[in-house]
Ligand binder design. Structure first.
Ligand SMILES: C[S@@+](CC[C@H](N)C(=O)[O-])C[C@H]1O[C@@H](n2cnc3c(N)ncnc32)[C@H](O)[C@@H]1O
Length: 313
């Protein structure tokens, strides 16, 4: 495994990245990836699959690539998803990029511990300007990254350059508008709203899941399919209550406490009430619902291919 640096790129991401790069966030990304691995990466077994999704690339299928495939993970962070990619696709030729050198070092550590013999190249680079030749990869994998970018359509278009014609892109994003829970609470909803607002102020979009299909289409991808993958946690699923409701979602909202108060969006008391109410959804009798969106698409071999997959115009 090797780590390199793309020359001329910024050493660290622009300030304002809403989640930050703390040890707390490293743990949260790991909990998130582990708690959601089956939900995000396994085939859905959707009974409507044959009716609606006849294409083998559709996101109801699992995330998996053939041995030897050249795969690029964009915005790999601390490697929380990378280990799941390598587990489900042994033998791939993986390149992982991120703007954060610190995250890349943690990713490398995590992956080396689990898969010491995996073929992985680590590179610090900005996804908008990747130092790879055109069509260098068979597959791109992008998870929880677009939500942080000011122009996700431009980012997707830039990524298309390094994907070979006919190659696939897989994108996974959340949408905080899909969070609802019992007991309901205005204070809890307000706390989530502060996170959405702060992310927007930093140039991102925490509601991006619902926009994936139009974004992918506008960026020139074809055979675009987006499907929801819903997490629902109640006391009958204690691993999801712990791994998702508490350690992923509530931990993420709680982490913006200081910024939300500093921005004048809330007071310490109001914010803490919201977090306490969110915690009740993970307690006895509580329930929590959230939907992720998983999209797959191809880079058209024929640039005139129509968005609906019909004959070229
Ligand atoms: C929420 S983390 C997700 C990490 C990983 N994909 C996961 O799901 O655990 C977003 C990552 O995108 C990276 N990132 C943000 N903007 C980027 C850019 N312009 N180029 C490359 N990486 C970027 C951040 O440094 C961060 O590590």
């Amino acid at each position: 495994m090797e780590t390199a640096t793309a020359s001329g790129r910024p050493a660290e991401p622009a300030p304002g990245y809403v989640h930050g790069y703390s040890a707390h966030e490293t743990r949260r990304l790991g909990d998130q990836a582990d708690a959601l691995a089956a939900l995000l990466h396994a085939p859905t077994g959707d009974p409507l699959h044959d009716l609606h999704d006849r294409d083998e690339r559709d996101p109801n299928q699992g995330t998996g690539y053939a041995p030897g495939a050249r795969v690029l993970e964009v915005g790999c962070g601390v490697g929380a998803q990378t280990v799941h990619l390598l587990a489900s696709s042994p033998g791939i030729d993986l390149t992982a990029v991120d703007v954060s050198a610190e995250s890349l070092a943690r990713a490398r550590e995590r992956v080396t511990a689990r898969f010491p013999r995996a073929r992985v190249r680590w590179l610090r680079a900005d996804l908008h300007d990747l130092p790879f030749p055109a069509a260098a990869f068979d597959h791109l994998f992008v998870c929880f990254v677009l939500e942080h970018l000011p122009d996700p359509a431009a980012a997707l278009a830039a990524l298309r350059r390094v994907l070979r014609p006919g190659g696939t892109l897989t994108v996974i994003e959340g949408d905080h508008g899909s969070a609802f829970f019992h007991p309901d609470s205005a204070a809890a909803r307000a706390a989530i709203g502060h996170q959405v607002r702060l992310q927007a102020a930093a140039g991102g979009d925490a509601l991006i899941g619902r926009r994936l299909h139009p974004l992918l289409t506008a960026a020139g991808y074809r055979q675009v399919t987006v499907r929801p993958r819903t997490v629902y946690a109640d006391r009958s699923r204690p691993e999801l209550v712990e791994g998702f409701t508490r350690n992923t979602f509530i931990a993420m909202v709680q982490a913006v406490r200081g910024d939300a108060i500093a921005a004048g969006l809330t007071t310490p008391e109001e914010f803490d009430r919201g977090i306490a109410d969110l915690r009740r959804t993970a307690g006895e009798g509580g329930t929590f619902h959230y939907t992720f969106f998983k999209g797959t698409a191809t880079n058209p071999a024929d640039p005139h291919e129509r968005p609906d997959g019909g004959p070229p115009c």
